[in-house]
Design a protein around this ligand. Structure first.
Ligand code: C2E
Ligand code: CA
Ligand code: CA
Length: 828
């Protein structure tokens, strides 16, 4: 959350700031553009007006002087003069030819003509001739009087149309002289609208219109867009005339209103006294301003968007490490120093990212130092048992996926006690160091477990030959003696091997198995190796095969139960039986419960098998109680069964169906599962106790072995594990521990059963310790159902232990043991 808020606020803040700055910038830009454009526009109006107006009057001037030049050619021609001096006799042909030539060389004039002074006869282009009354035409009188050699300009409106039919026309007139004598005049006539056509060729600006007016402000020719001119000049009939009349000064721009817009007008006097009126439509001027203005704004808006996108990308690029940095810091504070940002940016944020990486590296290095300190054994420099557990767990996790086995080798130096006694403790440590180094020279994963015990983890690819070879290599490291204090020590060691996952799937159990195997190896003599599960070593039954066959075991009637008597030490009576399951698989042969129970737990098959065991056990209990109502049946229940919600219901139903007394049922659970129940809030244990069923804690001493929880749980019996009894006669420590366990639980009102008693010596010690019950081969091996029934029926007469029977049994078992060991040694 914090991480996200930081991310959001940082980027958002920057974006907001940039946005505000941009808006201010755009506002300023728009404002200034507005002002500048506005002033440019007014400047533009002036130049448009002046340029257009001058162009218009120039156009008029050019057209008229072009015509004048042609007229002059006609007027000064001797043929023209001769013709006009003697109109009756002179040949008119060359003059007509001249007129035609002139007319066609300069498009436009409506007519070219000359008028004789003598009789008012005229000659017009196209070979036309006739008579006019010269006194009726002021231009004729003007020409006669004129001393000028340039044409005079006249405007003719409707009244005196002579040669051409049109609205307004312009006449250029020039006197013709023969030897200095006035003989007539020549003229050119053209429609006034020719001037407009020439003007419009010269004006390009939209909204600019020009008109030509005579000296009395009559419009001779005007722009084509009549309608707009009418609007501009207020729809007056004489709009342009009166506008021109209002403008007295020539060459000044006059503003005038038409509707809401201000338009502009200007007058110019051109040749022949013609006036040129130029109007600039204010609406068009404003329109072009708005157009220009909006174009600029669109461009600006595009630039703004582009700039914003660019900025965002720059920020995103520059700040791209920030989320990673905050992630990394969170990881570091959570204790994970592996995380690296690996930023490629070289800005400050990149530098921060690098510093964070450095920090993580430093912490990781320091942590590794601390880790080493915690996990290295100072004496040998090997990794200690903490690291070993970690390794085993890691291996188990990775093996679960690949389903590959690994071996755990438990190594114990033979006669180490003797070595320390002769060398002293300081040199004993030195010896251990050398020992560890030699192991490590052969295999990388060596751990010091405790004292003179080392553990090696080894892969073997399901090929037991690889393990055998490894052990050979380890042993050959010690062919050379270890030299300490000028002493040469020839070292031997015993190895016990357990296999994951066949032997056990929990690190403690796997170590225990290897330890047990190591003890067996020691029993055989020095420098021996022993597998925890020798049959596995030979047959290599895979877990998957067992799991698969287990499914059909019940259906195929391959399972049956054995019953092992539990005998009271105090009076030698039968206290009860422990129910032990047996599996005679058709394909696998007899599979020991140590092997298959655990697999059944993992696959869940134990639920069905356990239910069958419980029901069969109760059915048998009913039969036994008919003979001896005090006998109890002690039934092993797996934690997998206990955790099932329907477990209590099943138990209750079974008790009802077989009509057994719950007080005669005992359920055996292991310490491990009991601890799970203390931690969880499952009340199954309490419910069983409430039903009157007794609870026994099995294998006490192999797990947590804490008395702490015993008093809080409804435990009635404690079963002391066989491993304590095994060396109770030879190991003082085991003797002491067993004694104190019995004492302690007596105080808590809990009964003790000691398992695995095989000799009369063990029996005597336990009887002395006032243990309550004994279960072991010394009393009886597990019996099949009919033997167990017979055992109960004939107990008093045949089976109740006496000193003699116990001694006999004890001896028999000792012989069996010896034979077994001999057999094992031969195998090894
Ligand atoms: P456990 O509950 O500790 O059972 C006692 C084991 O010790 C039995 O092995 C029994 O045959 C053996 N035993 C008893 N007295 C002696 C003795 O004097 N010397 C020696 N060497 N062994 C003795 P078993 O039958 O092989 O059972 C092994 C384990 O399999 C049991 O250990 C128990 O954990 C499990 N198991 C056996 N039956 C059942 C069952 O019905 N249900 C469940 N859930 N587990 C069972
Ligand atoms: Ca048991
Ligand atoms: Ca047990």
């Amino acid at each position: 959350m914090i991480k996200n808020a930081f991310k959001a606020s940082f980027i958002k803040r920057i974006i907001a700031l940039i946005f505000i700055f941009n808006v201010i910038f755009v506002a300023l830009f728009v404002g200034m553009t507005f002002i500048i454009t506005k002033s440019n526009i007014s400047g533009d109006v002036n130049s448009v007006m002046v340029n257009s107006s001058e162009s218009a009057s120039d156009a008029v001037m050019e057209y008229i002087s072009g015509m004048s030049d042609r007229l002059r050619i006609l007027a000064i021609s001797s043929d023209t003069a001769k013709l006009l001096a003697n109109p009756d006799t002179a040949d008119s042909t060359p003059v007509f030819e001249d007129m035609d030539k002139l007319k066609s060389s300069y498009g436009g004039p409506a007519a070219i003509w000359c008028v004789s002074e003598k009789n008012g006869g005229y000659f017009a282009d196209g070979g036309v001739s006739g008579t006019i009354f010269t006194e009726d035409y002021e231009w004729f009188a003007d020409a006669e009087r004129s001393s000028l050699d340039s044409p005079m300009v006249y405007v003719i409106n409707d009244a005196y149309k002579r040669f051409v039919e049109c609205d307004s026309q312009v006449i250029l007139v020039m006197p013709v002289r023969l030897n200095g004598e006035f003989v007539g005049c020549a003229g050119i006539e053209f429609p006034a609208k020719m001037l407009s056509e020439n003007i419009s060729r010269r004006i390009y600006t939209e909204g600019v219109y020009s008109a030509v007016l005579d000296q009395s402000n009559n419009v001779l020719c005007g722009p084509e867009d009549d309608e707009r001119i009418k609007e501009l000049t207020g729809n007056a009939a004489d709009g342009l005339s009166s506008l021109a009349a209002d403008i007295s000064a020539t060459g000044t721009i006059v503003e005038f209103k038409s509707g809401k817009t201000t338009s502009y007008a200007m007058c110019q006097v051109s040749c022949g006294g013609l006036r040129v009126l130029t109007v600039f439509d204010g609406k068009v001027a404003d329109g072009s301003f708005t157009k220009m203005y909006s174009q600029q704004i669109i461009i600006l808006a595009c630039l703004f968007v582009l700039e914003l996108i660019a900025t965002l990308n720059v920020i995103r690029h520059e700040a791209k490490d920030i989320p990673e940095i905050s992630n990394s810091i969170a990881e570091i504070s959570a204790g994970n120093y592996n995380f690296r940002i690996n930023s490629s940016s070289e800005n400050e944020i990149g530098l921060i990212a690098k510093s964070v990486d450095d920090l993580a590296q430093t912490l990781q290095d320091k942590n590794a130092v601390i880790d080493d300190y915690m996990t290295l054994d100072p004496t040998t420099g090997l990794q200690n048992r903490y690291k070993l557990y970690e390794y085993i767990e890691d291996l188990m996790v990775s093996r679960d996926e690949s389903r590959k086995r690994f071996a755990l080798l438990f190594i114990d130096i033979d006669n180490f006690k003797w070595i320390t006694e002769t060398l002293g403790h300081r040199h004993g440590d030195e010896f251990l160091k050398i020992f560890g180094q030699r192991l490590k020279a052969v295999v990388p994963r060596v751990f010091r477990f405790s004292g003179d015990e080392f553990v090696i983890l080894a892969d073997f690819n399901d090929d037991f030959g690889i393990i055998d070879e490894l052990i050979r290599n380890l042993r050959s490291e010690f062919i050379e003696p270890v030299e300490i204090l000028n002493d040469k020590l020839y070292v031997q060691f015993s190895v016990g091997i357990s296999i994951y996952p066949d032997d056990d799937t929990n690190p403690d159990m796997l170590l225990r198995d290897a330890d047990i195997a190591m003890s067996r190896a020691k029993e055989k003599g020095k420098g021996r190796t022993s597998y925890y599960n020798a049959s596995l070593h030979q047959t290599v039954l895979s877990k998957a095969t067992i799991a698969q066959k287990l499914n059909k075991a019940l259906e195929n009637n391959e399972m049956f139960l054995n019953f092992q008597p539990i005998i009271s030490v105090q009076n030698g009576d039968i206290h009860g039986f422990e129910v032990l399951v047996r599996w005679e698989s058709e394909e696998l042969g007899s599979v020991p419960p140590f092997t298959f129970v655990q697999i059944a737990e993992e696959t869940g098959a134990i639920v069905e098998i356990g239910t069958w065991i419980f029901e069969t056990g109760c059915r048998f209990l009913k039969r036994m109680n008919e003979i001896n109502p005090d006998i109890i049946m002690s039934i092993n229940v797996s934690p997998v069964q206990l955790k099932r919600k329907d477990f209590i219901d099943k138990v209750r139903r079974t008790i009802n169906v077989f009509q057994v007394n719950p007080a005669n049922i005992q359920i055996e659970i292991t310490e491990t599962s009991l601890v799970e129940f203390i931690d969880g809030n499952n009340d199954t244990i309490q419910k069983l106790a409430d039903m009157g069923i007794a609870l026994a804690l099995d294998d006490f001493g192999t797990g947590y072995s804490s008395f702490g929880y015993l008093k809080d749980m409804p435990i009635k019996t404690l079963k002391v594990d066989k491993s304590f009894v095994d060396e109770i006669c030879s190991k003082h420590k085991d003797y002491q521990i067993t004694g104190s366990i019995i004492d302690m639980v007596k105080n808590l009102g809990i009964k003790t059963v000691v398992e695995g008693v095989e000799s009369i010596e063990q029996y005597n010690i336990l009887a002395e310790m006032k243990c309550d019950y004994i279960q072991g081969f010394l009393m009886s091996k597990p019996l099949n159902a009919s033997d167990a029934m017979e055992f109960v029926e004939t107990y008093e007469e045949l089976h109740k232990p006496s000193r003699r029977s116990l001694e006999e049994n004890s001896q028999k078992l000792a012989v069996e043991r010896l034979e077994r060991e001999k057999h094992r040694a031969e195998q090894a």
